[in-house]
Design a protein around this ligand. Structure first.
Ligand code: UTP
Length: 528
């Protein structure tokens, strides 16, 4: 199904999905080495963006906590994290240091994948490590199904009445944005497996979702990896291989972003039948033209998106296709390697795409937000959407409908090209003219109304990274500085009004219950 953002269907799916979210379990696969990114530590500790400096894992947990509250879930929404020997210790330490980012005791469960013996030649001889050891390598994210089976986790979720399981990966800050609509689609079509997909460019290094038909008539909808798609198409439906479809731009096969929703009960039954074992493959790189010598030992791998391969034909597998700006901008490539790649999928582009996403949401809601900021180039990667830098935290809004409700008069909300706006919690923006930086965070139990606020200050600035910057900063090429005069409000309880006076001073004052007069002004507001 193609889900057009903002359409009546989209809003209906989001509304249905919110109810379904109360019965969802979540699975983060975070055992990967991240060799392409080249970061020496775990990817989930990296900031999703540097305006709010929220790390990926915190962002994911915050999203679950927000959904839990908004969906009216009767119990904490569980999160399983698959780690590996390479990521386990640092993931445990990160969670411990931050008190599980506010998750309830037992809400987060770690499952650990093991490495497998590496193979050194076409006869599958095991690669030695010194005279007595065996070289071992990661086995791929497909291990997640086996671990969710052997840990009994999915069975417990199903027994407790959970209806859905959502899989997502480590560094996609947009991963949750289309979740509600995707859940709504799963429900309305009764899908056992629903892949979230984005339009794919020919040759792009993401798999394509395709329906394969066997000569005996059997059919299967599944992901075909990008290195196999071209030869498969040449051998079957198109002698030109992996080329654009009717629109002349995109592949006819939607791109798999390794985020999907499974029906929890059907998934549990499938795990009981298969023990969660996925088919393995090996993809050696050869040192010679005769393909006899491996460049280095190869690994047996399995992929989580191969799940439909273990399903009988009767099971319903589908996909929900949304645009990339809503759903996919991972941080996978080192900046130097990202130069010239489309999309670059590096730390800078992932950050810029999140600002763009939130700014676009504001535009959809009807606010006056420039589409582009000044072009910035850091370490040879350029972007004109690093500003305006907008961060809409999950506690502020989880859907377009919720955003619209929080900004009842969007015509009175405008941002300049270089502004930074961060909103978290129960914040209602009634009228705001921002040229600079504004941070508003309403803690649980507090409400903030921004009204008649004209905010002008030096805001946030970006500059080149100092040579001694931490690795996490260096990998994006710039350093963000929070200006001293940024208007910042973090309120803990009660109802607050943020407004400005005739001299341009911005302040917050505690107010009684919010009441609005016939002009849409809050009673008690002194500015006309
Ligand atoms: P990636 O394709 O990003 O692979 O994995 P990677 O191993 O992390 O990075 P490279 O290829 O070395 O650069 C997609 C998702 O699957 C997880 C990753 O953590 C990421 O969330 N993954 C990958 C695992 O959990 N286990 C694995 O063995 C491999």
């Amino acid at each position: 199904m193609r889900a057009r953002f903002g359409s009546p269907e989209w809003l209906a799916h989001e509304a249905a999905g919110l109810g379904e979210a109360a019965q969802c379990g979540f699975v983060l696969v975070a055992g990967g080495l991240g060799e392409r990114l080249g970061y020496s530590r775990i990817k989930v500790e990296l900031p999703t963006e540097t305006a709010s400096n929220t790390c990926y894992l915190k962002y994911y947990v915050e999203t679950l906590l927000a959904l839990e509250k908004k969906s009216g879930a009767k119990s904490p929404l569980p999160l399983a994290i698959m780690v590996s020997g390479d990521t386990e210790a640092m993931t445990v330490a990160l969670l411990k240091e931050h008190g599980d980012f506010g998750a309830a005791p037992g809400q987060i469960t770690l499952v650990k994948q093991e490495k497998v013996a590496a193979l050194q030649d076409n006869d599958a001889a095991i690669a030695p490590d010194g005279p007595y050891g065996v070289q071992a390598k990661p086995h791929g994210h497909g291990d997640v199904h086996m671990l969710l089976h052997s840990s009994g986790l999915v069975k417990r979720w199903a027994d407790a009445g959970r209806k859905w399981v959502y899989f997502f990966q480590d560094t996609n800050g947009l991963g949750f944005r289309p979740l509600l609509a995707t859940l709504g689609v799963s429900k309305s079509l009764g899908l056992h497996c629903n892949f979230l997909t984005v339009p794919r460019f020919p040759g792009q290094a993401v798999g394509g979702i395709a329906k394969l038909t066997h000569t005996d008539g059997r059919e299967m909808t599944l992901n075909v990896e990008y290195n196999q798609l071209d030869p498969l198409l040449r051998a079957t439906v198109n002698k030109n291989g992996d080329v654009a479809g009717d629109d002349g731009v995109h592949s006819p096969y939607p791109g798999n972003i390794n985020q999907f929703v499974l029906d929890c009960g059907e998934y549990a039954a499938t795990l009981a039948r298969t023990s969660g074992v996925m088919g393995e493959f090996v993809n050696p790189k050869y040192a010679d033209a005769a393909k006899k010598k491996f460049k280095k030992p190869a690994r047996l791998e399995c992929m989580m998106q191969d799940y439909p391969k273990v399903l009988p034909e009767s099971e319903k597998v589908g996909f929900t296709s949304v645009e990339s700006w809503i759903s996919f901008s991972p941080c996978k490539n080192a900046t130097a390697d990202a130069v010239g790649k489309t999309p670059p999928a590096c730390a800078l582009s992932a950050e810029a795409d999140q600002y763009f996403h939130c700014a676009e949401m504001l535009r959809w809601a009807g606010c006056d937000v420039p589409k582009k900021g000044p072009k910035e180039t850091w370490d040879k990667i350029s972007s004109d959407v690093l500003s305006p830098s907008v961060v809409l935290k999950p506690s502020f809004c989880s859907s377009l409908a919720e955003l619209k409700a929080k900004i009842p008069k969007p015509a009175f909300v405008s941002l300049s090209k270089t502004s930074t706006l961060i909103l978290g919690g129960d914040v209602e923006v009634r009228s705001l003219k921002l040229d600079g930086g504004l941070v508003v965070n309403a803690q649980p139990g507090a409400k903030v109304v921004v009204d008649h606020a004209v905010v002008k200050n030096g805001g946030f600035t970006r500059g080149a990274c100092p040579a001694d910057a931490p690795e996490a900063v260096k990998i994006r090429g710039f350093d963000t500085t929070f200006g001293d005069d940024v208007a910042t409000f973090d309120v803990e309880d009660g109802t607050w009004l943020i407004t400005s006076d005739a001299d341009g001073n911005v302040g917050a004052s505690k107010m009684g219950p919010v009441r609005v007069d016939s002009d849409g002004c809050h009673i008690g507001c002194t500015l006309a």
